[in-house]
Design a protein around this ligand. Structure first.
Ligand code: SF4
Length: 276
């Protein structure tokens, strides 16, 4: 079987930066905890623990030392409370997520009612919501838009890992229902590039494997994008999950990976497929 890897796949700039910041903090000998798992990849989180980076589920679980804020960002009130507790805060919020925060604040200050395109229970969306003033509407699809919009002046901000197709669908639905619509396209370029190259590859191979954490939003979106052009798509976290039955009659397998998937996991999956 031949394996082809998507042109853009795996760890993005923001995740690389966050891992470096957390590892540097741990190397200085301080007690280091991340507020929630640093990235949505269980294997990478275990590897970080081995390097001395623990996970605090909430602020109460971080008593001293350094607290690392993950790529998804948080409500600014949390950073303030951490500093008030005397913690050394290392802010690893991805700069692309910070741009979404700034866009939400600007729209709020300009008096727009805010719609966030994203997953309501995703930590990144919770952070954007805080920057939007806590009263934004969160929708994942155009059908989720309410019958009555809160205003005729709507500002749209997008979770960085959403697809352009999803944003376009929601903007199209809002356009006839608003008199003033502002859209901040805060989808990050790493996400866009990974989705486009995954779709291009999935469209021309016999089967597609997507590698990444099951709790990773951007990996789930890659699965979605690949499924839109290829019925044989499987999502795995590690090589152990590969099932030979998936590859019956398959000559070329495409591989892609979410922005939080470390290189070792991708190469492990590729090696296992090649051995089948
Ligand atoms: S996917 Fe984009 S927004 Fe998310 S961490 Fe990576 S570079 Fe930042």
């Amino acid at each position: 079987m031949r394996v082809e890897v998507a042109r853009y796949a795996g760890v993005c700039y923001g995740v690389e930066r966050a891992l470096k910041l957390a590892e540097e903090a741990a190397a200085s000998g301080a007690t280091v905890k991340t507020l929630g798992p640093l990235i949505h990849n269980p294997q990478a989180v275990t590897a970080l623990r081995d390097k001395g980076v623990e996970v605090a589920a909430c602020l109460d679980e971080a008593e001293d030392g350094t607290l690392v804020i993950r790529t998804h960002g948080v409500d600014p009130a949390i950073i303030e409370s951490a500093r008030d507790k005397g913690l050394n805060v290392v802010d690893a919020t991805c700069p692309h997520v910070s741009k979404a925060h700034e866009a939400a604040e600007a729209l709020r200050d300009a008096g727009y009612a805010i719609v966030i395109v994203g997953e309501a229970d995703h930590p990144e969306v919770e952070g954007i919501m805080a920057h939007a003033g806590g009263e934004a509407l969160v929708v994942g699809t155009a059908e989720e838009l309410p019958e009555r919009l809160p205003s005729r002046r709507i500002g749209v901000v997008v979770q960085t890992t959403q697809s352009l197709a999803r944003l376009t669908e929601i903007v199209d639905a809002l356009l006839p229902r608003t008199s003033d619509l502002r859209v901040a396209n805060t989808i990050c370029s790493a996400t866009g590039k990974r989705q486009q190259s995954a779709e291009e590859l999935a469209g021309r191979v016999d089967a597609m494997i997507v590698v990444g954490g099951r709790n990773s939003g951007n990996t789930a979106r890659l699965v979605e994008v690949c499924k839109s052009v290829n019925p044989k798509v499987q999502h795995v976290e590690t090589a152990d999950e590969l099932d030979p039955a998936w590859f019956e009659g398959v000559e070329v397998v495409g591989v892609t990976a979410g922005a939080s998937t470390p290189e070792e996991q991708i190469s492990g999956v590729i090696a296992a497929i090649e051995e089948m």
